[in-house]
Design a protein around this ligand. Sequence first.
Ligand code: GAL
Length: 413
Amino acid sequence: MKSVFYGAVSATALIASAAYAEPQAEVLHWWTSGGEAKSVAVLQEEFASKGGTWTDMPVAGGGGDAAMTALRARVLSGNAPTAVQLKGPAIQEWYEEGVLADISAVAEAQGWADVLPASIAGHMKCEGTWCAAPVNVHRVDWIWANADVLEANGIEMPTTWDEFNAAAAKLQAAGVIPLAHGGQAWQDATVFEAVALGILGPDGFRKAFVDLDMDTLKSDEMKAVFDQMRTMRGYVDENFSGRDWNLATAMVMNGEAAFQIMGDWAKGEFMAAGKVPGEDFLCASVPGDGFLYNVDSFAMFNVDGDDKKAGQDLLAELIVGQNFQKVFNLNKGSIPARIDVPLDEFDSCAHLSAKDMSESSDNGSLLPSYAHGMALRGAQSGAITDVVTAHFNSDMSSDEAVNMLADAVANSM
Ligand code: GAL
């Protein structure tokens, strides 16, 4: 089917002049859960309403590991998709391979520099040119809870890790699964970095996961992070292995479990199921200061054909457009990347996110998520996640874990 389609596209491209090229885009992404699919549909609809033809290339797998494997195969075979969900330093890594299209003409015509915070714009640039378009700001360091389960057990949202552990022990004794978790490497990493932010504090987090400072990686505080991970391993159910993140969210929704530590794409799942924040579910940042951001974005790959190039320009324009940034993020659980989108229609969790993000930006505690590919290149973040997962799924001591962590990071450089 695919080759027939491509054949038809290139035949059209041959007869269409640039001025009349009809926008085409094959879009690779990993947004396949309920809330995610609803969100990406907003872009598909806007694209179609402007005359574009969208070919969907969803690659299931939270966190995007499978999507990135699929991308590499496509690029190596000389057949890159038109547009790809890509973020953080991976954007610059692909740019260095010479395969990204320059979208500066759209960015300049639309004045992106005036409507994006400098911290976000920086991720979208490659040697001064614009090479990606941001869709949102997801916060990673959240705890989600089932409101009724907490109330029935006389538990408040925890504000320290000790409170969290006490609440979890109480829930466990009452027969509730304290922590809904999916045992996939990226989910282990997501919980780990939220715990690390809380225990190391924003400066310690930056030293460990942005600067890769060996003393911090091997410190007693880092041992305490692994200690807390070991404690939390005791709060997940025995079927956690391999579970998808959205199924873990569903366990909180239906009251089987009390808490989930996950980015606010989990809120997209609650909302898609008609749940109301503050009533059905609660959100709070994890114990400790700081804000871990995860900005989704799309990069355009070098492709032939005026129709595909027109598709890339149209997509870039729509993605940073005000309407898309509002409607997409209402569904996705994130907040807009643009600073000039009114938040009136957003819920209390989104308002908290926007407020905390701006305060963190002012006091230097706004930090890139390592687990979601915002802080480090793939080799380094992969090395850290391997250790985090190995520790979580064994009886490895915290001493062993920090030594292994420091070695793995050193060997990855
Ligand atoms: C993140 C991505 C989010 C969400 C999540 C789960 O890495 O930034 O948009 O999709 O994975 O798939």
